[in-house]
Design a protein around this ligand. Structure first.
Ligand code: PLP
Length: 357
């Protein structure tokens, strides 16, 4: 079976096998990682190795903190304005899809937000170009969504405005190399390319740790979390451990993010080629902004949707239903989805078209 779920998503088989091997007895301690104190020597080592491996995968510069938090990316929609608006100013946002809209709504909730550029006019099929970005005079930071998971719309560049740049990378982090130094804050819910749901990764530049609004709840404060090694309260220990196994898999089994990037490029290219080669399937996104991670597509004859999904399911191709807000199909091709899964999907699509098209 191949799992094309948008999240929680497939995990590498090797990671799940190792978790199973270690589930009841972590390295001869007679305990599961789930049962360990987060302050124990064993767990602190697990946490530190996970962070070190993540730092080496992404080449995180020394003046950035890596936080392992809870609450999902949705909590970051609020945490970000709390933490960056203590010196005043208006948060600026690029709007390219549903997740970005939710981030904007949270900023508005806390006082206001300026939409500096939007993809609304093109129906969320292309991202704004750099020249389209119109910042407000008092802009405090610029936020964007690197990859809109539902629309399958991805930035093909990193905006450069001189402002602290904040990015929701929930559905694209670790899919390839990244220049972290271009960003002020990067955040991602774990349940796509990092590990199980319940863990949230935040990477924040040191100089942004002193800008929190005074009314920032303690648990929402990046500085508090940074100073406490993400252990101000009990962290999601098991999810953190599994994320560490995923980082090891990326380093040792895949060979790092450049190798992962090449695999992801091939996977996405195969699927888009199949979609473009047929009149039966289509994807509306501008080629330069097509997501490698989430590939939405529709059938020319939408009355065949249910049949497509049930036959795909029978063929072991799971979770291809598009998001409820847009319909159609969506194949999510996160890191743990092997190239063979894309081959199987393309073969199935070809066969389905021949039989039903
Ligand atoms: N941002 C993006 C780009 C997402 O894809 C998602 C979830 O799918 C979210 C935010 C929300 O994440 P969470 O469920 O971790 O709050």
């Amino acid at each position: 079976h191949y799992n094309f779920c948008a999240g929680p998503a497939a995990l590498p088989t090797r990671v799940l096998e190792r978790a199973r091997e270690e589930l009841l007895d972590y390295q001869g301690r007679g305990l599961s990682v789930m049962e360990m104190s987060h302050r124990s020597r064993e767990f602190v080592a697990i946490a530190e190795v996970a962070e070190a491996n993540l730092r080496s995968l992404l080449n995180v510069p020394n003046d950035y903190r890596v936080l392992f938090l809870q609450g999902g990316a949705s909590t970051q929609f609020a945490m970000l304005p709390y933490n960056l608006l203590g010196h005043g100013g208006t948060p600026n946002y690029l709007y390219t899809g549903i997740w970005g809209k939710k981030a904007i709504a949270e900023a508005r909730h806390l006082g206001g937000a300026h939409v500096a550029a939007s993809s609304e006019a093109n129906g969320l099929t292309a991202v704004p170009r750099p020249g389209d970005i119109e910042l407000s005079d008092d802009a405090a930071y610029l936020h964007y969504t690197a990859n809109e998971t539902i629309g399958g719309l991805a930035f093909d560049y990193i905006p450069d405005t001189g402002l602290p740049l904040a990015c929701d990378m929930s559905s694209s982090v670790l899919s390839g190399p990244l220049d972290v130094s271009r960003f002020g804050v990067i955040y991602a819910g774990a349940q796509k390319n990092i590990g199980p749901a319940g863990l949230t990764l935040v990477i924040v530049r040191d100089d942004l740790l002193d800008r929190a609004r005074p009314d920032t709840p303690t648990m929402f404060n990046y500085r508090v979390m940074a100073e406490n090694g993400s252990m101000f309260n009990t962290p999601p220990t098991y999810a953190w451990y599994l994320a560490g196994l995923v980082f090891e898999w990326l380093k040792n089994d895949i060979g790092g993010l450049a190798a992962m990037d090449a695999i992801n490029e091939r996977k996405a290219a195969k699927l888009y080629q199949a979609i473009d080669a047929s009149d039966f399937y289509s994807n509306p996104i501008a080629p330069a902004n097509r997501s490698r991670m989430n590939v939405p597509f529709v059938l020319a004859d939408e009355s065949l949707n249910a049949t497509f999904l049930s036959e795909a399911d029978e063929a072991g191709l799971l979770n291809l239903k598009g998001h409820r807000s847009v319909g159609g199909m969506r194949a999510s091709l996160y890191n743990a989805v092997p190239e063979a899964a894309v081959d199987a999907l393309v073969d199935f699509m070809d066969d389905f078209e021949k039989r039903r098209g």
